[in-house]
Design a protein around this ligand. Sequence first.
Ligand SMILES: Cc1cc2nc3c(=O)[nH]c(=O)nc-3n(C[C@H](O)[C@H](O)[C@H](O)COP(=O)(O)O)c2cc1C
Length: 198
Amino acid sequence: MSNPRQPAHPIDPLFTERWSPRAFTEEAIPAAQLMSLLEAARWAPSAYNVQPWRFIYAHRDTAAWQPIFDSLVEFNQMWTKRAAALVVIASAREAVFPGKTEPVPNASHAFDAGAAWASLAFQAQLSGWSAHAMAGFDADRLRTAIDLPEGYAIDTVVAIGRKGDPAVLPDGVRAREVPSDRRPLAESAFEGSFGAQG
Ligand SMILES: Cc1cc2nc3c(=O)[nH]c(=O)nc-3n(C[C@H](O)[C@H](O)[C@H](O)COP(=O)(O)O)c2cc1C
């Protein structure tokens, strides 16, 4: 099968080689390796460097795994059951900005958590592991499961594992186990103004 990921401008192969598999091998991830991925996330940029992200993680086959796993929608449970770890990425909705004493709403909290997710995903790719973000979870159930305080939003749950044989997946899902393409850059990038591009 031809690789649909042909960059139109020169970029490091890291960006096209990373993709989000659903077939994992069931290999456990060493604690130090998981910390390395979270360490990469820790160095993400954030508005005023307030670092709104929080990472609540669980290795498979530990007590912490099941409540997070149970909050995922059935489709995501079907493939994450072979993942090595789950990481909930949450972020503080408010921050105390430099020179202030009181917390105020932080408009960038989810944006910054997204930067942390991307850093984690690229470090995983560099380390021979794969990360797959999910929005498919029951947020109320997950909030209770991880004792998340009200002032934090749940941004995503990330499944981490070693990329495996697509044969472990049901037919319809197996067919999607290939790197996806992207629309042309000209449909996303506009000089000066958005204009009539919408
Ligand atoms: C915030 C977010 C939520 C996502 N939610 C799910 C999900 O619930 N289930 C799933 O199978 N994939 C999910 N994905 C994976 C996307 O479908 C995938 O990243 C996208 O199709 C691009 O493919 P790639 O990551 O392989 O390049 C999610 C990705 C992101 C970034």
